[in-house]
Design a protein around this ligand. Structure first.
Ligand code: SF4
Ligand code: SF4
Length: 369
């Protein structure tokens, strides 16, 4: 069942979420980008803004309409909420040698404006942190009371390739509510519920039943977004292609440009590498352990007894790309990439994973011609 919410009533949705006890987090303009932060009302959304993206480039620009969600994705992803950059795991005191795990009593949170590729990224991280033999305590607590308001994509950037990976631009499942922003005629949202929690919130909203024209317009929005991305990435055989080219000279060519800075992994919504940091107070009475984001581009990350398994940038870039697009599939049954394009926009060397795969494909074709 689909309903229609007038754009002017978007604030009612945010109010209904807050009335149910949710902290409401969504996109807002800050520091020259669209980032995820707490929202007080619909006026905080990036109303009339879009993002222009290219390899190594991200700029905000004004739209010529008043869209609330007329951009692709910014540098933040929802992993900042579910797997924050730094989490205190435990503290210990010398007094009685007491070790205390950190509280995980988090406020329920509504994520507003979740792109379909981000729903896929959350599902991937759920698999990593919840479905294994050892569920992660902190992630599970943060994830337990999340209400997901997805917004289908109508303005993909030139870097998006979710349609090649089947992760967008339409939202099919994994959400509580899914919105499609419609401009033709009245500015409005098509709203679909995907859960009983979604049904309850939807019942609080001043909606009307969707007419055939609303449904058709929403389909056209998603189809146009998919068409805009057509042919941007050939995903079908990428697993085997990369694994049979582990010694390709192209890894050396990428390593000449790659700075090993790790930006690509920090902005990636699925990358999950962390390390732990232990600290103690100056008087030696207390100690603590924090979990912090790390990256496979860090030299230290591959250090172990006897040496470093990935001492060169070539080895580290190859590890990242082959894990993301090939061995992740063997490990978790899905690609580690959802096609959001963040790693391309935020790479200071403008390295584009789609172009790197295409170059390896070309070399592979020559080698087997
Ligand atoms: S690898 Fe790049 S395009 Fe793929 S999900 Fe990560 S940031 Fe997005
Ligand atoms: S690919 Fe780009 S973002 Fe990633 S480590 Fe290399 S230079 Fe940094």
């Amino acid at each position: 069942m689909a309903e229609v919410l007038a754009a002017a009533d978007l604030g009612v949705l945010l109010g209904a979420l807050r009335a149910r006890g949710y902290r409401v987090v969504g996109p807002r303009v800050a520091a020259g980008v669209i980032q995820y932060a707490e929202l007080d009302d619909a006026g905080d959304l990036p109303h009339g803004w879009t993002d222009e993206q290219a390899p190594g480039r991200y700029r905000l620009a004004r739209r010529d309409d008043d869209a609330y969600f007329g951009y692709a994705v910014g540098p933040h992803s929802w992993k900042r909420e579910l797997l924050p950059p730094r989490v205190r795991l435990w503290q210990a005191s010398r007094d009685g040698l007491a070790v205390e795990e950190e509280e995980t009593d988090y406020q329920p949170t509504a994520f507003v404006g979740v792109r379909p590729c981000e729903l896929a990224a959350i599902a991937i991280q759920d698999r990593v942190f919840l479905d294994g033999r050892f569920a992660d305590r902190d992630y599970a607590a943060r994830r337990a009371d999340v209400f997901l308001v997805a917004v289908e994509c109508g303005s993909p950037s030139s870097l998006c390739f979710c349609s090649s990976l089947g992760t967008g631009p339409g939202a099919t499942d994994g959400f509580d509510l899914a919105l499609t922003e419609l401009h033709a005629g009245e500015h409005r949202f098509l709203v679909r519920s995907g859960s009983s929690a979604g049904n309850a919130v939807l019942a609080d909203l001043p909606t009307r039943p969707a007419a055939r024209a609303d449904l058709e317009t929403a389909e056209q929005v998603v189809e146009a977004a998919a068409r805009a991305q057509a042919g941007r990435f050939a995903a079908e055989d990428v697993h085997d292609l990369l694994l049979r080219n582990l010694e390709s000279p192209h890894w050396d060519a990428v390593a000449e440009r790659c700075l090993s800075c790790g930006n690509c992994t920090l902005v990636c919504p699925t990358c999950f590498c962390t390390h732990v940091e232990d600290t103690s107070s100056l008087d030696g009475e207390t100690a603590a352990r924090d979990r912090v984001w790390d990256t496979c581009f860090s030299l230290r990350y591959a250090e172990m007894h006897g040496g470093n398994t990935r001492p060169t940038t070539r080895a580290r870039y190859r590890q990242w790309l082959t894990h993301k697009l090939a061995t992740w599939e063997d490990q978790f049954g899905t690609s580690g990439c959802v096609g959001c394009g963040r790693c391309i926009a935020w790479c200071p060397a403008a390295i584009d994973i789609r172009a790197e795969v295409a170059a390896i494909r070309q070399e592979d074709a020559h080698a087997h011609a």
